[in-house]
Design a protein around this ligand. Structure first.
Ligand SMILES: C[S@@+](CC[C@H](N)C(=O)[O-])C[C@H]1O[C@@H](n2cnc3c(N)ncnc32)[C@H](O)[C@@H]1O
Ligand SMILES: Nc1nc2[nH]cc(C(=O)O)c2c(=O)[nH]1
Ligand code: SF4
Ligand SMILES: [Mg+2]
Length: 210
């Protein structure tokens, strides 16, 4: 149990349950291959059965950390920060993103969109989930839509989500990692037949980097 004072700071977004921070190469989506500092914030109740960071789900396992400390680390490494989780929009991202902007960092988010958009972002990657569909604000502001393909039905879900996202969003299909041998060939065929989509791979896993 957090003390009342700390809980209030977390509610404001002045402290956040930090799981890990690491400097690496963005492995997925439009910015694949580019250096970025990742900030992984704990807490997610979406419950994807194939989630590759289930350790992030329980926010209580991750220490409430002042955003000043998070920002002080980020500025040492890169000019681009990727905020991920867990589900970062569980929390109010306004204070974190305004502090990062004071240091002129480019700020990207990886989100399921399950909660309303908070914070100010240079790039929003929306990866929608069937269990808890995105809120309208995230569909409206997403820069890229990245749908995970675990089975054939997910192509139908991908088209439904593409119809909901704003018309400027870039469209990506990404194989679910444990099923990639079966799904990647289907994605390749699909993108050749439907070239508005692009292939996204989790390249950091092939490179054995975080
Ligand atoms: C771990 S999530 C954290 C951010 C946010 N909760 C979300 O789902 O977008 C980061 C990205 O990894 C993707 N992802 C998670 N598990 C995956 C898996 N097993 N295979 C492929 N992509 C996965 C998510 O869809 C999301 O795009
Ligand atoms: N290298 C690398 N790229 C990523 N892109 C999105 C990630 C995430 O977990 O949000 C991720 C990650 O965990 N590692
Ligand atoms: S929404 Fe993201 S963090 Fe949450 S369970 Fe799904 S993939 Fe994992
Ligand atoms: Mg990841």
């Amino acid at each position: 149990m957090l003390s009342k004072e700390i809980q209030l700071e977390v509610n404001k977004g002045a402290m956040l349950p930090l799981m890990e921070e690491f400097y690496t190469i963005q492995g997925e989506g439009n910015h694949t291959g580019t250096a970025a500092y990742f900030i992984r914030i704990g807490g997610c109740d979406v419950g994807c059965h194939w989630c590759d960071v289930k350790e992030s789900w329980n926010a209580e396992l991750h220490p409430p950390t002042p955003i000043e400390n998070i920002v002080a680390n980020a500025v040492k490494y890169a000019d681009t920060v990727v905020v991920t989780g867990g589900e970062p929009l569980t929390w109010d991202m306004s204070l974190l993103t305004s502090k990062l902007k004071e240091h002129k960092l480019k700020i990207h988010i990886e989100t399921s969109g399950a909660y309303p958009l908070s914070g100010t972002w240079d790039w929003i990657c929306l990866s929608p989930k069937k269990n808890k569909l995105p809120t309208q604000t995230v569909y409206d502001h997403a820069d890229e839509l990245k749908v995970i393909i675990f089975n054939k039905h997910d192509f139908i879900f991908a088209e439904e989500q593409a119809a909901k996202v704003n018309s400027n969003a870039l469209l990506f299909l990404q194989p679910e990692w444990s099923n990639k041998e079966d799904m990647t060939p289907l994605i390749v065929d699909y993108v050749m037949k439907n070239p508005k989509w692009r292939v996204s791979l989790q390249t950091h896993k092939y490179l054995n980097i975080p």
